[in-house]
Write a protein that binds this ligand. Structure first.
Ligand SMILES: [Zn+2]
Length: 117
């Protein structure tokens, strides 16, 4: 019997996922699925509960898929923060000097990342 993966806490997507959703499969997979058996479950790349299938249905994931996944997560955070939508980060709500500095650091980071990617 294989050890259960259900007890493993969710972390950054560095382990090869057992289940991926359609969006992540299209983004990180090598091809479109011809045969896939979908079921409702948690995508191990984006963490959302959607219809998922095995990565092999997408011809398996591209090399470096987890860097791509991390990049897109980082970009999403920076995009929200840079556009002033910082409500999703509780600790960015403060009006004190250090929080203001942190906010402006995030805005500079957005500019840097815009040119980096
Ligand atoms: Zn996904």
């Amino acid at each position: 019997m294989e050890p259960s993966k259900d007890t493993t806490p969710r972390r950054l997507p560095t382990d090869y996922p057992e289940w991926v959703c359609c969006d992540c499969g299209k983004r990180y997979g090598r091809r479109s699925p011809t045969y896939a058996t979908w079921h409702q479950g948690e995508c191990e790349i984006c963490g959302l509960t959607k219809t998922v299938t095995e990565p092999r249905d997408f011809g398996h994931l591209k090399n470096g898929w987890h860097f791509l996944a991390l990049e897109s997560m980082a970009l999403e955070v920076v995009r929200c923060a840079g556009s002033g939508d910082q409500s999703f980060v509780e600790c960015l709500h403060g009006d004190d000097d250090s929080t203001k500095r942190l906010r402006s650091a995030i805005v500079s980071l957005t500019e840097i990342l815009k040119t980096a990617f």
